[in-house]
Design a protein around this ligand. Sequence first.
Ligand code: ZN
Length: 115
Amino acid sequence: MSTNPSYAGPIDGQPEHPPPPQPNCPGNHGHTISRPTRVECRHDPVACTCRHCFAEITTQTSHKAGLYSWLLCLLICLAGCDLGCCCIPFCVNCSRDIVHTCPNCGKRIGVHKRL
Ligand SMILES: [Zn+2]
């Protein structure tokens, strides 16, 4: 019986240590600056990071008469309703711009314009 001298390779037993697992959670690390992105301003308050004070906030919305209000006013005037009807666009929220402000620092985050 010829035993096959199968060459069992040298056992350099030391398995390489895998590199220590690095926590790679975005946003969890001090390095990763969660850059305040442009806020998608909508009708409703939006949760975002304030670009002024960098706080996690939900914007406060307020309505402001904008170009759309004036245009509607003009249209109503042209239509002949001048008995105060032209003021309606300034009272109805759906025709006004929506200003998003930070409740923390009070600065303006963005404006949702009707036009
Ligand atoms: Zn702020």
